[in-house]
Design a protein. Structure first.
Length: 244
């Protein structure tokens, strides 16, 4: 059975799986030679090569459910061996996301799977974030963070939509008491970070979801409406165009 994706999902996942396609400026790069903390360059290179091999079956169009599940199991094994390898968590989240339709995210039937995706993205972010912000991120860290923050931002937007519509959000007890506006603000922050690390979609979504930008837009719209109304009133007072 092939995994079914909506056109919106295809657009999102294409951008998430290919952060290198982003045209947004990346965050400062680290001068360090190692691509991830706790890894020598030799070990990192070997693990990365193994990860690429594991993910290869997903590069085909519409991979079957069994293929996706097999990839996920191999990523579990990789994480068991190298629990500090951030990219594996993020790619496990990506692969797991292929098995859940967007409309079923955080539903009662997919609560555990949706929560695992969110947790994997958060863990990937935690492991890839430079411990010393003054040194910047390596190229690999930037790719991981660009992907993870942007994907998590979309999950948060989905949760915010569910809250707006009065739907129960399963598997996310940490956000149970949050308002839709509050969750959207967190999503905007994630999109902003995703954009900063190089994901152009994250950068675009950060602008669209920024609460201050929305507020400013509403103020401008209101001001323009007031000016239009005032102009109409002046038009009538002067009698311009009035019928005789």
């Amino acid at each position: 059975m092939a995994a079914s994706l909506s056109s919106r999902d295809n657009l999102v996942l294409q951008s998430l799986f290919d952060p290198e396609a982003s045209s947004a400026p990346a965050a400062d790069k680290s001068p360090a030679t190692t691509s991830l903390p706790h890894f020598t360059e030799h070990v990192f290179s070997a693990v990365e090569k193994r990860e690429h091999s594991i993910l290869q079956p997903l590069t085909t169009e519409n991979p079957s459910k069994s293929v996706v599940e097999s990839v996920i199991q191999e990523l579990y094994k990789l994480i068991d061996e190298f629990p500090q390898y951030a990219s594996a968590y993020v790619n496990r989240a990506q692969a797991s996301r292929l098995l859940i339709d967007v409309d079923d995210l955080f539903s009662s039937d997919h609560a555990s799977g949706s929560a695992r995706i969110f947790e994997d993205l958060s863990r990937g972010i935690e492991l890839a974030t430079p411990s010393d912000s003054s040194r910047g991120a390596s190229t690999h860290q930037s790719k991981v963070l660009a992907t993870a923050y942007t994907h998590r931002g979309f999950l948060l937007l989905k949760i915010a939509d569910m809250v707006k519509n009065g739907q129960a959000v399963h598997g996310m007890s940490s956000l149970a008491a949050s308002s839709a506006a509050g969750i959207e603000e967190i999503a905007s922050e994630d999109f902003s970070r995703g954009g900063r690390y190089g994901n152009s979609l994250g950068k675009q979504m950060a602008v669209r979801t920024n609460p201050y930008a929305k507020m400013c837009g509403a103020i401008v719209k209101d001001a323009l409406q007031q000016e239009i109304t005032a102009s109409k009133e002046q038009y009538n007072i002067l009698g311009v165009g009035a019928s005789s």
